[in-house]
Design a protein around this ligand. Structure first.
Ligand SMILES: C[S@@+](CC[C@H](N)C(=O)[O-])C[C@H]1O[C@@H](n2cnc3c(N)ncnc32)[C@H](O)[C@@H]1O
Length: 338
């Protein structure tokens, strides 16, 4: 993979002027495009997103549902081509990969993975709900992760957090995944490094409920509350890695996110405060209270925001390195407690 690491210094922020506003945020697959063009997220989604690898990922970066379109009633179709009416409905609603999505929705309706009938599933998709929330799962880091309505759908770029965290862990070590959402990051790290002691936490009860279904089967623990508040006190000073894909969209720019994020993922999962870095500063401040000496904190950010994230780490006594991956279009800051 094309990862690059550079040491960050709080005193040498990159010029944000030199960077396009369209590179501001990496949280939504389509958002970079919609910042510069609010016309149609779908037509520009994939231009800024890494090549898709699965039908779900292809769909995620290429959908164009319009909530005002109506499918009418969708039935299962003929025995020869059960997906045909679904494809027509999705295509009419602007879904670019209608065939892939139709196959997934038909499979979900017939397998019992999703509780609704096919026509109900298609109606939800046509109304603009993210495919993953309808299916109840997302592909992430080679795993199928459970997803629930309103809970943030794990993005492929977050696999860089997984990679950076996993490379710093070994069996028996302790990982805390703050702002865990579905719990995807922690579960993916444990899949790579079995035997890691995993604690995941989130403030949103819907995310916590979803995370429990992903994290507990791999032996991890899920805690509900504000950042580190719900963590067991006996973890203090013995955490090897803290991961966080915390919200980092500046408040004023949430409105430019695609409808699938804006309307179907909880605001608390998106809004990072005035400059997007409110949570990063809080995580930087709390990290040293939990990490063992030499421990790390791995936080997803954007290329433009990385100097601010790194500066927060340095201000709280951590060293900071910025790691980017062009293939994933991802940036993380890795802080280390010396
Ligand atoms: C961008 S989502 C990322 C979820 C997950 N880490 C992932 O990558 O798929 C951010 C998550 O942070 C949680 N969150 C926001 N503010 C929080 C806070 N103060 N304390 C704990 N969790 C918070 C949200 O509920 C949401 O699940």
């Amino acid at each position: 993979m094309g990862s690059r690491t550079r040491e960050a210094s709080a005193g040498t922020p990159e010029s944000s002027d030199a960077r396009s506003a369209s590179t501001l945020c990496t949280i939504g697959d389509a958002w970079r495009s919609t910042v510069t063009s609010t016309q149609s997220a779908a037509t520009t989604d994939c231009a800024s997103h890494p090549p898709a690898r699965t039908p779900v990922e292809r769909s995620r970066c290429a959908r164009r549902p319009r909530s005002t379109w109506s499918t009418g009633r969708v039935t299962a179709g003929t025995a020869e081509d059960p997906t045909a009416p679904v494809v027509r409905a999705l295509r009419a609603a602007g879904c670019v990969f209608a065939e892939d999505e139709a196959a997934l929705l038909v499979a979900a309706a017939t397998s019992g993975d999703a509780p609704d009938r096919l026509d109900a599933l298609v109606a939800r998709r046509v109304a603009g709900e993210p495919l993953e929330q309808i299916l109840g799962w997302a592909q992430f880091a080679g795993l199928r992760v459970r997803v629930a309505p309103t809970v943030f759908v794990p993005r492929r770029r977050t696999e860089l957090v997984v990679r950076e965290a996993a490379s710093r862990l070994s069996p028996g070590r302790v990982l805390v995944d703050l702002c865990c959402g579905t719990g995807a990051v922690g579960v993916a790290v444990v899949a790579r490094v079995p035997g890691v002691e995993l604690h995941a936490a989130d403030v949103d009860p819907a995310a916590v409920a979803c995370a429990r279904r992903n994290v507990e089967p791999v032996g991890g623990h899920v805690h509900e509350g504000d950042l580190d508040a719900p963590l067991p006190a006996d973890l203090r000073g013995r955490v090897d890695v803290i991961t966080a894909n915390a919200p980092y969209v500046p408040t004023d720019e949430v409105a430019f996110m695609p409808s699938e994020a804006r309307d179907h993922e909880a605001l608390v999962a998106l809004d990072g405060g005035a400059d997007g870095l409110d949570l990063h500063r809080r995580i930087a401040a709390l990290a040293s209270g939990w990490l063992r000496p030499g421990g790390h904190v791995v936080v997803e950010t954007s290329e433009r925001q990385a100097p601010g994230t790194a500066a927060a780490f340095v201000a709280h006594g951590l060293t900071a390195s910025v790691v980017t991956d062009d293939d994933l279009d991802a940036t993380v800051v890795v802080g280390t407690l010396l």
